[in-house]
Design a protein around this ligand. Sequence first.
Ligand SMILES: [Zn+2]
Length: 120
Amino acid sequence: MAKKASGQWKGQDRRGSASQRGYGAPWRRLRKRILQRDLHLCQPCLSRSRTTAADAVDHIINKASATADEMITLDGVRMHFDDERNLQAICNECHKAKTAREGNGGKPKPEIGIDGWPLT
Ligand SMILES: [Zn+2]
């Protein structure tokens, strides 16, 4: 009889920050598909005529803006929050800037100037 290892995850790592909670294998597959679709190029950079390798996949409309049933409206079209049309490849730099803009829970956060004080 094989000894039963207790408390051991079977190749599963469900840790992660609060914002990543709930992103399992389906999300990883979706993420890979978006990166392939966007040719691993950061889309916000691309729109500014810059070619940057993407590191992540981003929701164009923040989850905080989704309704309780996880629906969002993008370009006047109602769709699920995880719809491929609401996803884009993004680089670390753009992702950080976008997250900072959106803030936690979608609350607008003041931009911080180079002196460390919020710009008002
Ligand atoms: Zn970028």
